[in-house]
Design a protein around this ligand. Structure first.
Ligand code: PEP
Length: 242
């Protein structure tokens, strides 16, 4: 399975951030390796510019969220069609920061994932338990319920990202056994060829180990995707497709 290393820039990045993508491509000596998908999800303001500028470099670009509708009276929102028009190939939906900051339910996340599929793009659907839920021994139940509620009907072209909320931006990472248990569990709920990414404090120093765990088919990377010098070793840590 072709791994995906996806960078989530969150609300970071200005026009000058093009230099960071240039620096990443320079490290690849021209073009990203094609045995893995290299994806950057910048703020929506940058998608069109980056996608146009780097269309030949084997780096793909994606959105961080979208509205479920194609167009209409939804001030401040962006549709999957708009992201497709801007050159995106993927859209993250259901990130825990959106679930927490905007009260997004599983049903909302599912509607967004359906919208992404409708446009021919690939949704990266995020799930993950809080620290309290893990401590209470409920991690598998919580993630199972999120998958049940958030996955679209058609699961041919989806990516799932397991992101324990307590590991995002904290430097904390589950044990390899816990990651393996959760990814194995998610595998039982989806297709054999669905890529399941791990996200939560992936860094150059832990990427090789995490990406070697069974059923970890890539990573969703926040903070460490902002600098080419950190993101490059994470991209290269993935075992490319044979
Ligand atoms: C994320 O925001 O999806 C994420 C995994 O962040 P970080 O890598 O900074 O923990």
């Amino acid at each position: 399975m072709k791994p995906i290393i996806a960078g989530n820039w969150k609300m970071n990045g200005l026009a000058a951030s093009v230099a960071e993508v240039e620096a990443l491509i320079a490290k690849f000596a021209g073009s990203a390796p094609d045995d893995r998908d290299v994806l950057i999800c910048p703020p929506a303001t940058l998608v069109a510019n980056l996608a146009a500028k780097f269309s030949d470099e084997a780096i793909q670009f994606g959105g961080q969220d979208c509205h479920a509708n194609s167009s209409g009276a939804h001030t401040g929102d962006i549709s999957a069609e708009m992201l497709a028009d801007a050159g995106a190939g993927f859209v993250i939906v259901g990130h825990s920061e959106r679930r927490a900051d905007h009260g997004e339910s599983d049903a909302v996340v599912r509607a967004k994932a359906e919208a992404v599929l409708r446009t021919g793009l690939t949704p990266i659907i995020c799930v993950g338990e809080t620290e309290a839920e893990r401590k209470a021994g409920k991690a598998l139940d919580i993630v199972g319920a999120q998958l049940k509620g958030s996955l679209p009907e058609t699961v041919d072209n989806i990516v799932i990202a397991y992101e324990p909320v307590w590991a995002i931006g904290t430097g904390l990472v589950p044990t390899n056994d816990d990651i393996a248990e959760m990814h194995g569990f998610i595998r039982t709920k989806t297709r054999k060829d669905t890529r399941i990414l791990y996200g939560g404090s992936v860094k150059p120093g832990n990427a090789v180990e995490i990406l070697a765990i069974a059923d970890v088919n890539g990573a969703l990377v926040g903070g460490a995707s902002l600098k080419a010098e950190d993101f490059y070793p994470i991209v290269m840590a993935a075992q490319g497709e044979d």
